[in-house]
Write a protein that binds this ligand. Structure first.
Ligand code: AMP
Length: 189
C-alpha cells in the first residue's frame, strides 16, 4: 500500500454532507479525517479552556479565531508520522488556507484536491433542521443556520477561487443519496 503524503480538503457550506463523505473517503484511502468542528465540540463537551472560548462563538454561528483553529491543526499534523489527511470544515478563511499551505510546505505535503460539495441553499437548511432532530446540535437551529450560511458566503466561499487558481478544485454535485455522491467524488479524484 502506498503511504506517500496526501491531503484532501472538503469545501462547501454547512449541511453539504462534508462530514459524511469524509468518513467514507478517509476509510477507503487510509487517511485521517480532521474535522475542526468535531474537535471543537469535543472540547465544549469536556469543558476545556478552548471549549469555554469556542462554545459561545459556535452557538452564534460565527467562526472561532484563526489562531485557536491553527493550534488544533498543528497538533493534529504533528501527531502524524506522514501527512495523510482529509480536512473537513477547515480551512474556512483565507488566513487559515495560507497558514495551511505554509505548514504543508514545511512538511513536504501537497494539497492533492479541494472537493467542493455544491448543494442549493433550501436543501442545506432542510438537511440541517433534520440533523437538529437526530443529533441535537446546539447550532442547528433556524437563526444560527442562517448566520452560518452568511458566514460561509462571506469568509469561506472565497477559498473556492483560491484552490481553483491552484488547479486542485473539484466541483461535486452534492444532491442525491450519499452513495451516489460518494461515486461522484471517487470519479473526480
Ligand atoms: P462544523 O461542524 O464544521 O459545521 O463547525 C461547527 C462550528 O465550529 C462552526 O460554525 C464554527 O463556529 C466552528 N468551526 C469549525 N471549524 C472551524 C474553522 N476551521 N474555523 C473557524 N471556526 C470553525
Amino acid at each position: 500500500m502506498s503511504a506517500s503524503p496526501m491531503v484532501l480538503i472538503f469545501l462547501g457550506p454547512p449541511g453539504a454532507g462534508k462530514g459524511t463523505q469524509a468518513v467514507r473517503l478517509a476509510a477507503d484511502l487510509g487517511l485521517v479525517k480532521i474535522s475542526t468542528g468535531d474537535i471543537l465540540r469535543d472540547h465544549v463537551a469536556r469543558d476545556t479552556e478552548l471549549g469555554r472560548k469556542a462554545g459561545p462563538i459556535m452557538e452564534r454561528g460565527e467562526l472561532v479565531p484563526d489562531d485557536l483553529i491553527l493550534a488544533i491543526i498543528r497538533e493534529e499534523l504533528a501527531a502524524m508520522p506522514e501527512v495523510r489527511a482529509i480536512f473537513d470544515g477547515f480551512p474556512r478563511t483565507s488566513g487559515q488556507a495560507e497558514a495551511l499551505d505554509a505548514l504543508l510546505a514545511e512538511l513536504g505535503a501537497p494539497v492533492n484536491a479541494a472537493l467542493l460539495l455544491e448543494v442549493p441553499e433550501d436543501e442545506l437548511v432542510r438537511r440541517m433542521l433534520k440533523r437538529a432532530e437526530l443529533e441535537g446540535r446546539a447550532d442547528d437551529n433556524e437563526t444560527t443556520i442562517r448566520r452560518r450560511l452568511e458566514v460561509y458566503h462571506q469568509q469561506t466561499r472565497p477559498l473556492v477561487d483560491y484552490y481553483d487558481a491552484r488547479g486542485v478544485l473539484k466541483r461535486i454535485d452534492g444532491l442525491g443519496d450519499p452513495g451516489q455522491i460518494y461515486c461522484r467524488i471517487r470519479g473526480a479524484l
